[in-house]
Write a protein that binds this ligand. Structure first.
Ligand code: NAD
Length: 356
C-alpha cells in the first residue's frame, strides 16, 4: 500500500491511522484540506477487503467533501473517516469510544458525522470521547441532527431549476414546467421519499423503485407514485432521472438505456468513472453534479453547529444550490465540457482562493 503515490492521493493534508487492541478498532481519518476551515465528513464503517480499499475510499471521499463544502460556500474543509469492519457484526460501544479518541487526536482538524454503517447513536457514543462531532441532536434546540430534509430540499430546488433551464431553452413554459413531467426516482429512503413528495405535489408523473420492497410500497402509498422493479428504473420513459440510492449508477451499461434528458439526484459518486461525464454529454443528457445538488445536508449541519440554529439563514443558504448549479451548467456548455469536470475545476479554484 502506497500513500504519496496512491492514485487517489490529491495533496491530502494528513492521514491518521488508528488501532485499538481492546475494542478491535482499525480505522483511518483522511483530511483532504483545511484551507477553508476544519474538515468535516462522515465516518463510514464497512468490511473492506483490505487496508488499501479502506485508504482508497477515505482519500476519494475526503476530497469529495472538500469540493462539496467549497462549492456550497461553507467555511469548511473536507475529511472522511473509515472503520474497517462489518457494522452488523463488529460494532460496539467500546469501538465507538475508541473511534472518538482517534477523532480527538486529529485535534479539531476533522469533525466526524454519520455515514453508511454509522448512525446518529454511534456518533453520540463517539462524543463521549471527542468534542469534534456533528449531525447529532442539540439539547434545548429544535435540531435533531438528521440532515436528510435539507438534502432533499436542496435536490428538489436544483432539479426544478435545471429542468426550467432545459425546458426554457427548448421553448418550454419555464415556471410551471414540472406538471406532467416524468421523473424516475431510484431509492426512496430518507432523501428519495421526500423528493418524491415534492415532485408529486408539483404535478409530476413519478416512477419509483427501491431494493427494499416495503420501502417502495410505503412511498407509493403515501404519494401515489408508480413502483417499478429496481432493474427497470433506467428504462422508464422519464424526462428526469433522480438517483437517490447508491453510487456508480451512471456507467457505460446504464447511460445508453436512459430516456431522460436530465439527471439530478442525491446519491454520492453517481458517475462510475470520469469518462461517464463525457458519455452523458455525448448522449445529450444534462448531468447535475451530485455533490453540488446534495450539499443541503452539510449546509444544514453547518447551521446546526452554530450557537443558535437559524432556520431562515439555513433556507437562504440552500437557495444558493440552484444558482451554483446553473453557473456550472452554463459554463459546461460554454466550454463544451462535462459539468462534473467543470464543477471540480471550480471547487479547486475556491479552495485555492481564486474568485469564481
Ligand atoms: P437511505 O439509506 O435512507 O435510502 C437509500 C435507499 O436506497 C434505501 O431505501 C435502499 O433500500 C435503497 N437502495 C439501495 N440500493 C438500491 C438499488 N440498487 N436500487 C434501488 N434502491 C436501492 O439513504 P438516504 O439518506 O436517503 O441517502 C440516499 C443517497 O443520498 C445516498 O447515496 C447518500 O449517500 C446520499 N446522500 C444523503 C444525504 C442525506 O442527508 N441523507 C446527504 C448527501 C448525500
Amino acid at each position: 500500500m502506497s500513500l504519496f503515490d496512491h492514485p487517489e492521493f490529491d495533496q491530502h493534508e494528513s492521514v491518521l491511522f488508528g488501532f485499538d487492541a481492546d475494542s478491535g478498532l482499525r480505522a483511518l481519518i483522511a483530511v483532504h484540506s483545511t484551507r477553508l476551515g476544519p474538515s468535516l465528513g462522515g465516518c463510514r464503517m464497512f468490511p473492506y477487503p483490505d487496508d488499501d480499499a479502506a485508504l482508497t475510499d477515505a482519500l476519494r471521499l475526503s476530497r469529495g467533501m472538500s469540493y462539496k463544502a467549497a462549492l456550497a460556500g461553507l467555511p469548511q474543509g473536507g475529511g472522511k473517516s473509515v472503520i474497517i469492519g462489518d457494522p452488523r457484526a463488529h460494532k460496539s460501544d467500546a469501538l465507538m469510544r475508541a473511534m472518538g479518541r482517534l477523532v480527538e487526536r486529529a485535534a479539531g482538524c476533522y469533525i466526524v458525522a454519520e455515514d453508511s454503517g454509522i448512525s446518529v447513536a454511534d456518533v453520540m457514543r463517539m462524543s463521549e470521547t471527542t468534542r469534534h462531532v456533528a449531525g447529532v441532536p442539540v439539547p434545548g434546540s429544535p435540531v435533531d441532527g438528521d440532515p436528510s430534509p435539507a438534502t432533499a430540499r436542496g435536490v428538489w430546488m436544483a432539479l426544478r431549476a435545471a429542468w426550467q433551464r432545459l425546458a426554457g431553452s427548448e421553448g418550454g413554459t419555464g415556471g410551471a414546467a414540472l406538471r406532467d413531467v416524468g421523473v424516475a426516482v431510484q431509492g426512496c429512503g430518507k432523501v428519495g421519499a421526500r423528493l418524491v413528495q415534492y415532485l408529486v405535489d408539483a404535478g409530476a408523473r413519478v416512477w419509483i423503485c427501491d431494493a427494499h420492497a416495503p420501502t417502495a410500497e410505503a412511498c407509493a402509498a403515501a404519494t401515489g407514485a408508480e413502483i417499478v422493479a429496481p432493474e427497470a428504473i433506467y428504462d422508464v420513459p422519464a424526462d428526469i432521472f433522480a438517483p437517490c440510492a447508491l453510487g456508480a449508477v451512471l456507467n457505460a451499461a446504464t447511460i445508453p438505456r436512459l430516456r431522460a434528458r436530465l439527471v439530478v439526484g442525491a446519491a454520492n459518486n453517481q458517475l462510475a468513472t470520469a469518462e461517464d461525464d463525457d458519455r452523458l454529454r455525448a448522449a445529450g443528457v444534462v448531468y447535475a453534479p451530485d455533490y453540488v445538488v446534495n450539499a443541503g445536508g452539510i449546509i444544514d449541519i453547518h447551521y446546526q453547529r452554530q450557537s443558535r440554529y437559524d432556520p431562515d439563514a439555513m433556507q437562504a443558504h440552500l437557495a444558493r444550490i440552484p444558482e451554483v448549479l446553473l453557473r456550472i451548467l452554463d459554463s459546461a456548455d460554454a466550454q463544451a465540457r462535462g459539468p462534473a469536470a467543470v464543477a471540480d475545476a471550480m471547487a479547486r479554484d475556491v479552495i485555492a482562493g481564486v474568485a469564481i
